[in-house]
Design a protein around this ligand. Structure first.
Ligand SMILES: O=C(O)[C@H]1O[C@H](OP(=O)(O)OP(=O)(O)OC[C@H]2O[C@@H](n3ccc(=O)[nH]c3=O)[C@H](O)[C@@H]2O)[C@H](O)[C@@H](O)[C@H]1O
Length: 443
């Protein structure tokens, strides 16, 4: 046993050691929290750098798509109420009415078709990703217009597989009117990938969901006059060559027609492709010439009017939206049922392709002079040779005898009448009535 002095000394030594251990461990803790803090700061800085400076389009696109994905999937979470809304919108209000999923429902042709279907008592559910290819506020305005008629548009992408399967699970669609696409002939030079994503991957994704559905819906979808590409026979008939597309847009639409063939062959999906010819009218697309010519003429800006390399006028078979809507409804009404179910083919199914044009090409110069008359304003025309490498063709002209025979399709609106209706809508929508020198005469 030691003396009290020894004991007291050893207690003090022990206390000192404990103190030193505590100080050291605090130092260690401080050091490791500092390290952790610095690491977190570094990671945060790297993330901020990546999002803000390094890959802005990628980071933002990812953020938006994740946001949309979460939005779509949050619907699944509160699924009861959401599913009820879907079914309500999709339920027909007439005996034997169709139950139609309209993709691209906030688009130009999609919104008109959705409204026409709803008005005659069919059930309609829309799907649209509201992308910013052109002013999304116009798409929102179309959505609001449809909402007044009890048509719901789900915000989501064709490439969102769980969402597509969910929609087809919740509603037993008899038909899909597939109009969602990356449109525009010349924009394909600037953003080729968007055409592949929407017009090929998106279409395949939709067909995959449709082939697995039970019952399989019949599908009517938008192809394009541009598939005629370098074809020189005139007017364009469905029997002519379509293996020489002049733009990536046209190539993706032609690919769609071939993909439709394979899904029809393998799974018994009923598929009808409609080749639209330069569709125009109220609620139209701001990226199209008739639309931005109107804007530019009213603003006193110059417009480029293309001519062919030989100095000839460029012409289009401009087709009025109401005629196109009748063609789409005719195709839906005559579509036979798909033959398969749950991913298995049970027999041969219908496979069709039709031109939907106006059968009366008009030179672009004439389009401009009609607009000048309606707007009471002289255009500052800048006539230039058509850019040779942007996929544009010199003229289009539809033979619609097949669509007339099978769909009772008969276009009735000439360009002056249709443009008058468009201009009337345009000045009303953009609140320009008072700035025009005279009222737009009624049709
Ligand atoms: O039928 C289709 O399948 C396609 O129709 C539409 O393409 P296009 O017929 O090319 O329409 P659009 O661009 O309005 O040019 C019209 C005319 O104006 C000429 N044009 C064009 C631009 C310009 O600045 N000047 C000009 O003269 C131009 O040379 C052309 O002669 C759809 O956009 C497309 O999505 C697809 O559906």
């Amino acid at each position: 046993m030691g003396s009290p002095a020894d004991t007291s000394k050893s207690i003090k030594v022990e206390r000192y050691k404990r103190y030193i251990r505590r100080v050291n461990s605090t130092k260690l803790l401080n050091a490791s929290s500092k390290l952790l803090f610095r690491a977190t700061l570094l990671v945060a800085l790297i993330l901020v750098f990546l999002f803000t400076f390094n890959y802005p389009p990628l980071a933002l696109a990812d953020m938006y798509s994740t946001q949309r994905h979460l939005q779509a999937h949050s619907h699944f979470l509160s699924s009861g109420a959401w599913e009820k809304q879907l079914r309500h919108s999709a339920t027909p209000r007439r005996p034997n009415g169709l139950t139609v999923l309209v993709t691209g429902a906030a688009g130009f042709v999609g919104s008109h078709c959705s409204l026409a279907l709803k008005k005659r008592g069919d059930g309609v559910l829309g799907l649209d990703n509201f992308n910013a290819y052109y002013d999304p506020s116009l798409k929102r305005a179309r959505q609001a217009m449809l909402a007044k008629h009890q048509v719901l548009i789900v915000e989501g992408d064709l490439n969102d597989t769980p969402l597509l399967h969910k929609l087809l699970d919740v509603v037993a669609f008899t038909h899909i009117l597939h109009l969602a696409a990356q449109a525009g002939v010349r924009y394909a030079m600037h953003n080729p990938q968007s055409y592949v994503t929407a017009n090929i991957a998106g279409f395949v994704n939709l067909l995959e969901a449709a082939k697995s559905a039970n019952p399989q819906p019949a599908i009517v979808w938008a192809s394009s006059s541009s598939v005629y590409g370098l074809n020189t026979e005139n007017p364009f008939s469905e029997l002519h060559r379509t293996d020489q597309p002049a733009s990536l847009y046209a190539a993706t639409k032609k690919a769609g027609e071939e993909i439709a063939h394979s899904y029809n062959h393998i799974y018994g999906l009923s598929l009808t492709g409609l080749r639209f010819f330069t569709v125009y009218g109220p609620w139209g697309r701001p990226d199209m010439a008739y639309f931005f010519f109107t804007k530019d003429i009213l603003q006193g800006k110059s417009i480029d009017v293309y001519e062919t390399p030989e100095g000839k006028q460029v012409a289009r078979d401009f087709t009025y939206i109401d005629d196109i809507v009748k063609g789409c409804l005719g195709a839906l009404d005559t579509a036979e049922k798909s033959s398969g179910s749950g991913g298995k083919k049970r027999g041969a199914a219908q496979l069709r392709v039709y031109n939907l044009g106006n059968t009366s090409p008009v030179p672009v110069g004439k389009l401009v002079s009609i607009l000048e008359g309606l707007l009471n304003s002289k255009a500052k025309k800048h006539v230039i040779k058509m850019p040779s490498n942007d996929g544009d063709g010199p003229y289009t002209h539809a033979n619609v005898s097949l669509a007339f025979r099978d769909l009772a399709y008969k276009p009735t609106t000439d360009l002056p009448t249709g443009l008058r209706k468009f201009v009337k809508w345009y000045v009303g929508y953009y609140g320009l009535q008072t700035s025009l020198k005279k009222d737009i005469p009624s049709a």
